[in-house]
Design a protein around this ligand. Sequence first.
Ligand code: NA7
Length: 556
Amino acid sequence: MQHHEVIVVGAGVAGIYQIKRLVDLGIDATVLEAGGDLGGTWQWNRYPGARFDSESYTYGYSFSRELLDEWHWKERFSGQPENLRYLSHVADKFGLRRYMQFNCRVEAAHYDEAQNLWHLRIDDGRSGDGRELTCRFLILTLGLLSIPTLPRLAGMERFKGRSFHTFHWPHEPVEMAGKRVAVIGTGATGIQVIGEIADKVGELTVFQRRPNWSAPLNNGPISDAEMANIRRRYDEIFATCARTPGGFEHEPDRRGFFEVSREERLALWDRLYDEPGFGIWLRNFKEIFTDEQANAEFSEYIAQRIRRRVKDPKVAEKLIPRDHGFGVQRVPLETRYFEAYNRPNVHLVDLSETPLECVTETGLRTSERDYDFDIIVYATGFDAITGAFDRIDIQGVGGEKLADKWRTTISTFLGMMIAGFPNMLMPAGPQSGSASTNYPRGIETGVNWCTDLLEYMQAHGYTKCEATEGAEKRWTDHVTNMYAMMLMRKAKSWFTGYNSNVPGHEQGTVRYLVYNGGAPKYVNTINAVAAKGYEGVVLSADRGAAPAGSQPTAVA
Ligand code: NA7
């Protein structure tokens, strides 16, 4: 049986950095990854148009000056192939691949109290004992959006053309010229795909159930001179990211929404609409997120922008959301998205008027008619944030199942630990600072905190850590209370745990999954916990023995 001091599950952006930190400390650790290679999100999502909505140079890791100095981001918002090359480069540069085992799906992780060990069962074709691994510490870097979900439509298997979820877009190029293509879903993914393929396919039919508020990405190349300047500014850039709520360079406008004139508000919005990235969301007035009236006025501004860009007024009205205001769901950024609907080969089907009924051998049937397609693209989203945890049979003290504990309410301590699940850490778990911020900025914070905890334990001779129930309750109440002031609490989105395709999550009953206090407050809080000797965490020297016959560091 393989035994390691630490097993990290998931070799995405968080897992790569986590193993780097562990290797640097000389800790015996391995990464188990279900996919055939590293990269997580950027390994799987190969659909046309997949790219960062974060400025590339704020998405890259900040931990190595050498890495920052040598990597040239070619686009302000870099695309999937380049992003995967980057992560691969990081792993190769720091020799991390040899600590990773691919095609290893973790099926179960059970905590053994007597031995103070986690027992993992993997599904990778190995048989017998080889499927079992043990570790003292289990670090889950599973990804927030790693479990794609498909509609529950009758007949999906009988479609004779090609169909795939965007997450499973094929590795080899998909021939789309002249093809009749359907895209179901208009979230951030659908909006990227539609803008990218509209002029490359024969006919494109978009099946939209609810429109999303979306604004221009305004992407562009980064020249050598600009990149040199970015390199010079890296310290300043990361310092800015660290002090902004979203972990971006975008800082909120501190003026009160109602304290400036309407003309001043319009001047700001006109400027932001033409600027790159999330500025339109995050450089805006803070009241957009909390005040119905402010949000309505700004939403109407964006609606006017849509009307100006979409020629057919009927289509324009269908693309304007009515059930939620701008920015209370994750704002997709787009490139030529609205203009796509001005093309004669692009058609919009409003599923709120004519719902999908089933998939046929040749295409899709709505309540109104049949449509024939060569390719159906499901851009239908993810069982977000907790989905990857639910797919592993995780059992803590006394065999308590995490899926049961989280069935009705999510509860964590700092989004990184769970009472009843000792020595299990989640650098970017539900209720942590990562989900609602520029992800790598958040995960660096989480990974550093978890790694510092391990170092602290080693230095003090502790072998077991567990959050107390009281600390967990206080944190979860804090996360819950923060939703009370946010308009987002009313939106049906993955930030609030809604997913129409996952039983139990389709009603849109709010689940408190993300921390809304902003990155600086989150970092201050977790640092204060550490400074007080990990207040809220019981640390003990419960020395369980490694299992008989175990082989340390048997990395493939
Ligand atoms: P999202 O944002 O969850 O969007 C999924 C889209 O698919 C959304 O428009 C859904 O409509 C639609 N959908 C889902 N199921 C169905 C069914 N059964 N029928 C019709 N339409 C459906 O996922 P994305 O992948 O776009 O984005 C996820 C994140 O990835 C994104 O925020 C970025 O951070 C990266 P609905 O709104 O439910 O009516």
